[in-house]
Design a protein around this ligand. Structure first.
Ligand code: FAD
Length: 229
């Protein structure tokens, strides 16, 4: 297998057009390649400046999880810190987590931040929402967001005893909108309301109606934190 290390977006685009398979830290894909066979070529974004940027509302897709520091909102940092083991966090990337894994601990925090993504295809760079990232797993160049006023994040063992921890994330943006995202099992649900009080119960009647009572309680705790209650 040829590992290609482009140093610009246009070179990365050529690699994709020539069929190279995206690889981050290979914490997941290596096992799949060993089982199913290695591709002829793979492409890593680790030398592409747009994919390694951190700070000022940007988190690059090739940034390692252990490099997610106080240049990004606390809730994203907490999410990255909670992934797997130290060895995984020193190797796995933001893009591999959000676009290439099934657990995706960073995703609820990114949704609550109202983040969007710059993705790279053989046609060029496109700005897409996180629903599209979830649906299509495109090559994530970077996550972008507007700084929230306040955010909160929690990951706890599934109260029902399942293998996948429950995650709740909440943030209030500069316009006062409250956004909430919850992961129960592998499913992530989310919703938003005006932050002028009371709205979270409306979410449980609508967008978050499938969230369990334990999940709701975790959401209420995060909302109370962002509202300073
Ligand atoms: C021991 C262990 C514990 C773990 N615990 C957790 C946990 O608690 N929470 C959690 O969320 N995850 C957990 N994971 C999964 C972890 O999130 C993934 O292993 C990791 O994020 C994958 O990142 P990677 O950079 O190594 O991706 P790779 O293994 O390199 O790639 C995985 C997939 O992502 C694709 N990909 C790579 N980079 C990009 C990109 N920039 N854009 C789009 N697609 C891309 C690849 O093509 C491939 O399909 C754990 C994994 C291990 C091994």
């Amino acid at each position: 297998m040829l590992l290609r290390l482009p140093t610009s977006v246009s070179e990365a685009r050529e690699c994709l057009a020539e069929g190279a398979i995206p690889v981050g830290g290979a914490t997941l894909i290596w096992a799949a390649w060993q089982r199913d066979g290695f591709p002829e070529q793979a492409v890593s974004l680790r030398e592409v400046p747009e994919a390694t940027a951190v700070g000022d509302g940007v988190l690059g897709g090739a940034v390692l999880l252990h490099q997610v520091d106080d240049r990004v909102p606390e809730m994203l940092r907490q999410a990255a810190k909670g992934v797997g083991t130290g060895a995984v966090r020193r190797t796995a990337t933001v893009g591999g987590n959000i676009a290439g894994s099934s657990l995706r601990d960073l995703l609820p925090a990114a949704i609550a931040l109202d983040a969007w993504a710059d993705v790279l295809t053989a046609d060029g760079v496109h700005r897409v929402d996180l629903a599209e990232v979830q649906a299509k797993s495109p090559l994530l160049l970077a996550l972008r967001w507007r700084e929230p006023v306040r955010g909160a994040y929690a990951k706890v063992a599934d109260p029902a005893g399942g293998e996948v921890p429950t995650i709740a994330a909440a943030a209030v943006d500069t316009e006062g909108v409250l956004r909430v995202a919850v992961r129960e099992g592998y499913a992530v649900t989310s919703g938003s309301v005006g932050a002028d009080g009371g709205g979270v119960e409306e979410l449980f009647a609508g967008a978050l109606s499938g969230v369990s009572e334990a999940g709701r309680s975790l959401v209420r705790e995060q909302v109370a934190k962002v509202r300073g209650e």
